[in-house]
Design a protein around this ligand. Structure first.
Ligand SMILES: Nc1ncnc2c1ncn2[C@@H]1O[C@H](COP(=O)(O)OP(=O)(O)OP(=O)(O)O)[C@@H](O)[C@H]1O
Length: 224
């Protein structure tokens, strides 16, 4: 489905160039449930951002269903993202002055769908994530765990081919953590392809494949 071949990425800070990812090779297949582990600063978010075509890389090739993503223009990449990728970032990036329903509906505003179809899809997600009673509540009134659920809802409402998740449990207590991880299990059992970046073993234990990033290199996957 999605392949990374010999990916390299450096960042320049002032006069110093720092290699973060070095010769990364990875293959994501349909239905995969993947955790990418590694210490803080090892490059996990950078790798996830590359998978989501949010940032460029210096060298290597990225292939999505036999098409080289590397060769897409800026606009084509953004179209690719809209159609194929669901992203749940660490900061959620929700619209705080809008309610839960409007936040989840957002990605569908950019697709040419009938009003009724939009309503149906948003309601389905609200029900799936147990957010029906919150739909009119504005984001600023929600807890961290509830906001996380809305961020997941917004990412999955357009039925992306791959769901990319950056450190989903960072600020959650044990109970909210479990409820979020149960949601990923449920999405996986429904066929969603999921890649999660984390340093929490409670997350990686649920996944079928674990990769480790260390010294800019990605390990061979451990498959469970
Ligand atoms: N835009 C940027 N400009 C310069 N350096 C960056 C940039 N983004 C990331 N880095 C650096 O790249 C390295 C890897 O960062 P990254 O956020 O990918 O690590 P991480 O493994 O996700 O860390 P954490 O677990 O703490 O979120 C860090 O040293 C970081 O400072």
């Amino acid at each position: 489905m999605l392949k990374l071949q010999h990916i390299q990425k450096s960042f320049i800070n002032g006069r110093t160039k720092r290699a973060v990812l070095n010769d990364i090779n990875m293959e994501i297949s349909k239905g995969d449930y993947i955790a990418i582990m590694g210490r803080s600063g090892s490059g996990k978010s950078t790798l996830l951002n590359i998978l989501g075509t949010l940032i460029p890389y210096d060298k290597g090739t990225m292939i999505y269903n036999n098409q080289k993503v590397t060769q897409l223009s800026f606009d084509q990449r953004s179209e690719f993202r809209k159609r194929h990728i669901g992203f749940v970032t660490q900061q959620f990036h929700l619209l705080h002055d809008r309610n839960v329903y409007e936040n989840i509906k957002l990605p569908l505003n950019f697709m040419k769908l009938e009003k009724d179809k939009i309503k149906k899809e948003v309601n389905k997600v609200l029900e799936m994530l147990d957010l029906e009673s919150f739909q009119k509540v504005s984001i600023s009134k929600l807890s961290g765990g509830e906001q996380q659920r809305v961020a997941i809802g917004r990412a999955i409402v357009k039925k992306p081919d791959i769901l990319l998740v950056d450190e989903p449990t960072g600020s959650l207590d044990e109970e909210s953590e479990k409820s979020i991880l149960d949601i990923f299990d449920m999405l996986h059992s429904q066929g969603t392809t999921i890649v999660i970046v984390t340093h929490n073993t409670a997350v990686s234990e649920r996944c079928d494949k674990n990769y480790f990033l260390k010294g800019g290199k990605l390990s061979a996957p451990i498959i469970y």
